[in-house]
Design a protein around this ligand. Sequence first.
Ligand code: 5AD
Ligand code: SF4
Length: 472
Amino acid sequence: MNLPDLKEAKKRTDKEVLEKKVEYNFPKIFLNKKYFLRTYGCQMNVHDSEEIRKYLEILGFTETVVLEESDLVVLNTCAIRENAHDKVFGYLGRCKHLKREKPNLLIAIGGCMSQEESVVEEIKNKHPYVDIVFGTHNISELPKLLLEKKEKQNIEVYSIEGDVYEGIKYSRDSKITAWVNIMYGCDKFCTYCIVPYTRGKERSRKLESIIAEVEELKQNGYKEVTLLGQNVNAYGSDLHKGYDFKDLLEKVALTGIERVRFVTSHPWNFTSEMIDVIAKYDNIMPYIHLPLQSGSDGILKLMGRRYTKKEYISLFRSIKEKIPNVSITTDIIVGFPNETEEDFLETLNVVDICKFDSAFTFIYSPRVGTPASLIKDNVTMEEKEERLQRLNKLVNAYSLEANQRLVGNVVPVLILGENEKDKTCVYGYTDTMKLVNIEGGKDLIGNIVPIKIKEAKSFSLDGEIVKEGVPI
Ligand code: 5AD
Ligand code: SF4
């Protein structure tokens, strides 16, 4: 048993990052068994689940989307805010109930919550029916943990800075768009954030390995890749090889894959050369997620964000000036400890200036072990909720405005699938990452199609197919 340790997880040393190869020679002993996989949280977790799925399939499992049918439940968890925890523990209640009826049911918990001491203590003490706990650093050990499953709870979580794994196989959700990890972990240590503790230090994959993966995806017919990292703009700095994110972006664009995206950018590492590369290549999509978090210099300082309101706006403007038609989205936290009404008005002011295409907004949630959790929180929950509502109202109005500006325009949309609710419609995303519903058949799926936008809502668009400029 290896338990998580937040103090260890926080350490950063000069220890060399090891490149490890993932092995796949394990027996298919779970034939005729079914697994149920539930993923919480960000794109990183969604992509990790594609790795988990591959291991389970190699072991012989087949997937079910019905919890009650499963022989193995895997919960890939998120720790970013308290409500993510609550959701997982709520779901665990259902699994516990099911295990009473099916005593051979295996329950495994992975992801960011597994990396937290307090969570694993709670699982040990209050949830003995959980069979396996594995962390973000040892996803590739899941087969071993399943094969050697003993009578006792098996907890294997490492609090280390982390290695870089190569040769990972994925069972991908889509045959059209693919996630590609370019780096792992984060060294920014924003004071509210648990990620540097749960995901380890910032470590980049080698440029050649990333390009090889993109080339292979392209050969297999993928139309779009999204380069993934907590902080992609810092790519390469740990490798000391003389290349950085702009060089990687350029090389990925030159593979000729039709669409290149990337998330997430930290404003601090965003250089003007990077903006130039995004502007230069037609296949790098004009869409940037640029978390603001707060518009108040005082709060930004307390958050450890390393930029001021003025610097953020100036970066925002230079992106808008250089990249035609770019859409910019953001993340904002309200109710950080000590946030006054004046601080909050500074945030609203940035929203008024930037008019984001959309924004993810959150109430600050203290995370055990982070510096911000030690600051006395003098903002009441009523104030936090009221600020969130005011912020959402403003943000949604600008989202709608941005969408309305597209009405009548013809935009390229990569069609991804059938609309679940209305089978006569398909859906896809514009180059600027806006969701569009279109009347049309399944034959469109996988193609980039010119679409005329007919109607705008706050969170999506309705469009129709055009042929030589004429709607059909
Ligand atoms: N409380 C609230 N929101 C948080 N985020 C990260 N940590 C916290 C926290 N402790 C938000 C940030 C980040 C997004 C992924 O989640 O806005 O950009
Ligand atoms: Fe968390 Fe800040 Fe790192 Fe983003 S940059 S993952 S908010 S510590």
